[in-house]
Design a protein around this ligand. Structure first.
Ligand SMILES: [Zn+2]
Length: 245
């Protein structure tokens, strides 16, 4: 019975993941996400209902468009799987605390949207950063005790550190990443945020190495750091939960 519950929650999360992918794909290019029907980005063919089932449609069509057979970016499949998996973890840890569950679901959903915009367009829109900021503040308010002075010290230290690093190394960290990490530091605190940066750097390093070894040359474009930061933030959050239990 519990397996059926978790499969249902996983698929529920995957449906939301699919929706957040649409938001991340369309909002930065000002494409309407409520009236424009889903279509293949290559042949522009409007997708039918049977093409829109998260995960299932991708697997059935072997990762290709059903109409022009162009390979679909695995990002769509990955975001649905990750969203389903994270929803299961949220349910496992927070099923009895609805407010924290909502606050974290909101934060992690925004991190997914941010990852997609950074992956596709190498940008993190300020409106998503602002929503994430409100999500972080809401999350802090749902905690039994919130140490606001420590949160603001973390914010100040991380922002200063990254801001001056950005000035010294203009090609290093992007402005969007500085804002994202500063906002996350309000929720995570100083040491976990430093750990998020370290983990994201490791993930990005492995990804760079894999691409380099696969293609035999350097990357075609700048590596977006946002998805690595977002993934590391989620990993650090649940690692903290496991260590507390
Ligand atoms: Zn197509």
């Amino acid at each position: 019975m519990i397996i059926i519950v978790y499969i249902s929650i996983f698929y529920f999360g995957a449906i939301f993941g699919s929706f957040f992918t649409v938001l991340g794909t369309r909002i930065p290019i000002k494409e309407n996400f409520t009236t424009t029907r889903s279509h293949c980005v290559h042949c522009q063919h409007t997708l039918q209902t049977t093409d829109l089932f998260p995960i299932v449609s991708y697997v059935c069509h072997r990762g290709k468009c059903a109409y022009c057979a162009t390979k679909i970016d695995p990002m769509y499949f990955a975001s649905e799987i990750i969203s389903g998996f994270v929803t299961c973890l949220l349910y496992y840890f927070y099923a009895t605390d609805l407010l924290q569950l909502l606050a974290l679901a909101f934060m992690f959903s925004l991190l997914l949207v941010i990852s997609i915009t950074d992956y596709l367009y190498l940008l993190i829109p300020d409106r998503f950063q602002l929503l994430l900021f409100f999500g972080v503040v809401f999350h802090q308010m749902t905690l039994p005790t919130t140490d606001w002075p420590a949160a603001f010290i973390s914010f100040f230290v991380i922002f200063s550190l990254l801001f001056f690093t950005g000035l010294a190394l203009p090609d290093g960290i992007g402005g969007g990443d500085v804002k994202l990490l500063s906002i996350l530091s309000l929720a995570f605190g100083l040491e976990p945020t430093l750990f998020i940066i370290l983990l994201a750097s490791l993930f990005a390093g492995f990804c760079f190495l894999h691409t380099y070894l696969t293609n035999g040359s350097s990357l075609q474009r700048r590596l977006p750091f946002g998805p690595f930061l977002a993934a590391s933030a989620v990993v650090v959050h649940f690692a903290q939960m496991v260590l507390v239990l």
